[in-house]
Design a protein around this ligand. Structure first.
Ligand SMILES: [Zn+2]
Ligand SMILES: [Zn+2]
Length: 174
């Protein structure tokens, strides 16, 4: 497993990792330090090849400072360069993309957006295999809190999606 670690943003910018992904797409949004697992990028390329449209990385590596700022968990794999959040270029059915991502990655989360209940984004990482989850915002007092529901099987997740009367998971776009 190869980790790519580059502290010079100029070098990261010119680094082409796979056909469609370059270093700067994964650097920390706050300090441009890059730490990313090459295997993760290769898997993203597989998904990219399947759809033939762009994958827009909204969060790749997060240095500890940035991770704390965005309220990321202390165990977040974004801190290790082993996780990515993304949306797609153009409109796609989010649940369908999630399902395809689950065939490539062992851990995938589908997140209902905070701003628009009919849009979503996806987290993928290459931690230990076998966990899938749904995440959605709820308002608690004046604050917005995120709820996470974890599933050990995709069929259980699919069942939860069907039974959820509050959120229209099957028609969200990404
Ligand atoms: Zn940073
Ligand atoms: Zn994430």
């Amino acid at each position: 497993m190869t980790m790519i670690k580059i502290n010079d943003p100029k070098k990261a910018e010119s680094l082409q990792i796979t056909t469609n992904f370059s270093g700067k797409e994964f650097w920390c949004n706050h300090c441009k330090q890059l730490l990313i697992d090459e295997n993760l990028v290769k898997k993203l390329q597989q998904l990219r090849d399947l759809y033939g449209t762009g994958i827009i990385i909204t969060s790749g590596y997060r240095c500890p400072t940035h991770n704390a700022r965005v309220g990321g968990s202390n165990q977040s794999l974004h801190k290790d360069g082993k996780a990515v959040d993304f949306i797609m270029a153009g409109r796609h059915n989010a649940f369908q993309v999630f399902t395809e991502a689950c065939k490539i990655f062992g851990r995938v989360g589908l997140y209902q957006s905070t701003n628009n209940p009919m849009s979503a984004y996806i987290h993928v990482d290459i931690g230990e295999k076998g966990t899938w989850w749904l995440s959605y915002p709820i308002s608690s007092g004046s604050k917005i809190k995120r709820v996470y529901a974890y599933y050990k099987s995709l069929s259980n997740l699919a069942k939860a999606v069907q039974e959820d009367k509050q959120r229209d998971w099957l028609n969200m776009t990404i």
